[in-house]
Design a protein around this ligand. Sequence first.
Ligand code: IPD
Ligand code: CA
Ligand code: CA
Ligand code: CA
Length: 281
Amino acid sequence: MAFRSPLINVMASAATKAARGLKRDFGEVENLQVSKKGPSDFVSVADQKAEDVLFAELSRVRPEFGFLMEERGIVEGSDKSHRWIVDPLDGTTNFLHGLPQFAISIGVERDGDVIAGVIYNPITDEMYWAEKGNGAYCNDRRLRVAARKDLKECVIATGVPFHGKGDHLRFLKELGLVMREVAGIRRFGAASLDLAFVASGRFDGFWETDLQPWDIAAGIILVREAGGFVTDQRGAKKVLNAPEIVAGNEIVHEKLRRLIERAGLPPKRAKKPAEPAPAAE
Ligand code: IPD
Ligand code: CA
Ligand code: CA
Ligand code: CA
């Protein structure tokens, strides 16, 4: 039985509680109140209710930690070195279309470094979790990134820029460069789970432009603790606020990074969370 630290237990139990509402609402998606944050950037009451539960639960058990949340933004804590990074519903578009690929994602940042993460898909009941130095797990199963080295055998995940967001032509260039080298490309629509799938070896690699810290915080530590590499498009490890993220085992990560590098530099981030200057990761 894998040993879960008190910190992981706190995160897993908050995610389980918040997931109850998501599961209920998933069956009733037509009746959900939905609003738009941008041209195709939706938020539903389900996102907000889940975030309320996570905020209440996590602040009850660690009242001193700060928060960076997708919907509420930043809440300062008395402990300036720790904060929760929360995406209450990653994969909102999937959720609203009745597609069962979405998750709650919670990361813990300590002085700019992600030290723990939990990603929970309530539909499959897969709880991914990792803590620095202690490995990565799905429920009680230890995770390891895939060992494939030849891109011709690899399935690589990515994200397609939403309508009105990102540089679509540049993305198509990246896609063209990658798709002619690999076995297959997938776009499942929840970045946290894309990274969890890299950690578990389902995907051999993943790249995406313009993600936000809450999309990737927990996934970064999962992939690293599963023996994989996660960097920005230039190979820098400080990736939480980077414009582009690349993940995979050591070999696939570098091959993928070099391929997308040929498409040129990523555009400036469409939306940058207002947050204090990040410390070194
Ligand atoms: C989105 C998902 C998606 C990614 C988008 C994100 P949200 O998060 O992670 O896979 O391509 O860029 O915004 O809005 O569903 O939490
Ligand atoms: Ca969103
Ligand atoms: Ca997200
Ligand atoms: Ca979200």
